[in-house]
Design a protein around this ligand. Structure first.
Ligand code: GUN
Length: 292
C-alpha cells in the first residue's frame, strides 16, 4: 500500500513556487500577493486561513489578512471586496467560507473579479473549467490532481467514484477526472445522499474520492481490492485524550480501508496540505495572467 503523503507532495509544489518567486524578485518584479478575508471567529476557518497566510510567507508571496467582524453587513463586505478588486497590488482574493447567515454566499462569490478568483468559485471560473479552458481550479480538487500527478497514479480509462457533489470539491473533481487531461480521462460516477446502493457503486471503483463530510463513512466492504482512495474529510471529532479536545477525522475508515487500497491519503496530512498547494499555484497564475 502506497501512502499518498500530502506533506511531501505539497513540499515539492511549494519548492517550485518558491524558486519561481525568487526568480521574479531577481528580475526586479514584486512577488504575487494574496488577500484573504476572514469573517467572525470560526475555529476551523481561523486555522485554514492562518495556514494559507503562513504558506504565502514560506514561498515568498505577499499576503494581506483582512479580519472582519461577524456582524458585518453584506453591503459592507461587498464594498471591501470591491476595494480589493480595484487594488492593482493584489493578485488573488479569497473569502473564507462559511459566511455569517446575513450574507449571501453567491453574491459574495459573484462579486470577486474572475481574474483574481483564486478559489475558482466564480461562475465564470466554473464555466471555464467545464469547457476545458484556462481557469482557476478550486484548490481542493486541484490539490488532489497534483497528488495524482506527484505519485504518477494512472487514471486513464479508470472508473472514478466521487462521493459528494459540493461546488467546492465533489462537482469540480468529477469534471477534472472526466476531462481530457494527463491525470484525467476517467469514467466518473458522481454520487450523493440520494444515491441508492452506494456500496455497490463504490465496489466497482478504481478510484474513490470521499468528500461528503461524514467521518469514517467509507468502510472496507465498500472498497475493491487495489482501489486508490482520496479522503477529503476533515471533521473535528470530540476527543478528550487530545490537548485541543478534538481530533481531525476523514471520511474513510483508514485502518480497515488501507488494508485493501493500493494507495490512500491519510487524514491529516493527505489532501489538506495539497489544497494549500493548489491555492498557491492559483495565486502565482493570477499574478502571471494579470502581469503577463
Ligand atoms: N471553506 C472550506 N474550504 C474552502 C476553500 O477552499 N476556500 C474558501 N474560501 N473557503 C473554504
Amino acid at each position: 500500500m502506497l501512502l499518498l503523503d500530502g506533506k511531501a507532495a505539497s513540499k515539492a509544489v511549494k519548492t517550485t513556487l518558491q524558486q519561481q518567486t525568487q526568480q521574479l524578485i531577481s528580475d526586479g518584479k514584486r512577488p504575487p500577493h494574496l488577500a484573504a478575508v476572514l469573517i467572525g471567529n470560526n475555529g476551523a476557518s481561523e486555522t485554514y486561513v492562518a495556514s494559507k497566510v503562513k504558506t504565502c510567507e514560506e514561498i515568498g508571496f505577499h499576503s494581506t489578512l483582512l479580519r472582519l467582524d461577524e456582524s458585518i453587513t453584506e453591503a459592507e463586505l461587498l464594498e471591501k471586496i470591491d476595494q480589493l478588486n480595484n487594488d492593482d497590488s493584489i493578485d488573488g482574493i479569497l473569502v473564507q467560507l462559511p459566511l455569517p447567515k446575513q450574507i449571501s454566499e453567491s453574491k459574495v462569490i459573484n462579486s470577486i473579479s474572475p481574474e483574481k478568483d483564486v478559489d475558482g468559485f466564480h461562475p465564470v471560473s466554473v464555466g471555464r473549467l467545464v469547457q476545458g479552458l484556462e481557469t482557476f481550479i478550486p484548490a481542493t480538487p486541484y490539490g488532489m490532481m497534483l497528488m495524482l500527478e506527484h505519485y504518477k497514479i494512472e487514471t486513464k480509462g479508470k472508473h472514478a467514484v466521487v462521493i459528494g457533489r459540493s461546488n467546492i470539491v465533489g462537482r469540480p473533481m468529477s469534471v477534472l477526472l472526466s476531462s481530457n487531461l494527463l491525470y484525467g480521462n476517467c469514467t466518473v460516477t458522481i454520487t450523493h445522499s440520494h444515491t441508492p446502493n452506494l456500496a455497490e457503486i463504490t465496489r466497482s471503483a478504481d478510484i474513490i474520492v470521499a468528500a461528503l463530510g461524514r467521518p469514517g463513512f467509507v468502510k472496507a466492504d465498500m472498497v475493491k481490492e487495489g482501489a486508490v482512495i482520496l479522503d477529503v474529510g476533515i471533521t473535528r471529532v470530540p476527543d478528550p485524550n487530545t490537548a485541543k479536545g478534538y481530533r481531525i477525522q476523514g471520511d474513510v475508515d483508514f485502518e480497515a480501508v488501507s488494508q485493501k487500497a493500493s494507495a490512500i491519503t491519510p487524514v491529516p496530512g493527505g489532501v489538506g496540505p495539497m489544497t494549500i498547494a493548489g491555492l498557491m499555484k492559483n495565486t502565482l497564475d493570477a499574478y502571471t495572467r494579470r502581469k503577463g
